[in-house]
Design a protein around this ligand. Structure first.
Ligand SMILES: [Zn+2]
Ligand SMILES: [Zn+2]
Length: 128
């Protein structure tokens, strides 16, 4: 069981199973949403994800109409995103995890200005 929380700690969640795939997304939306060069994101099954505390603090923002970016309204930490046409899946923002992980599959998508020297696969757009 993996556990995570936002910066202020009001929102807490659990993920059952392992994080197996990590996408470092450098798209402009993720850059703005994180205020950073890229977002570290993992696809997870919605059935494996549970908010254990602070669901009332969650707020969503839609930069595109069919995709909710869900964050803590108190501290601003991004928690996950979810597409309306894929309710079975979420994309977790891994910076909020409290449990250490060691995922096998890692890659960069929408690579832009940040110089990468980690040897991982790099895609000019989404990975697929
Ligand atoms: Zn918070
Ligand atoms: Zn992105």
């Amino acid at each position: 069981m993996l556990k995570g929380s936002c910066l202020c700690g009001k929102v807490r969640y659990e993920v059952s199973g392992e994080i197996e795939e990590v996408s470092m997304c450098h798209c402009k939306q993720c850059q703005k949403a994180q205020g950073s060069a890229f977002a570290a994101v993992a696809p997870i099954r919605s059935a494996d994800f549970r908010i254990t505390q602070g669901a009332e603090y969650l707020k969503e923002y839609r930069a595109t109409p069919d995709k909710a970016r869900v964050f803590c309204a108190e501290c601003g930490s991004p928690i996950y995103s979810a597409r309306d046409d894929r309710p079975e899946a979420k994309r977790l923002r891994l910076g909020t995890l409290d449990t250490p992980i060691s995922p096998n599959k890692r890659y960069h998508a929408w690579v832009s200005w940040f110089e990468l020297a980690d040897g991982l696969p790099k895609f000019p757009q989404a990975s697929r």
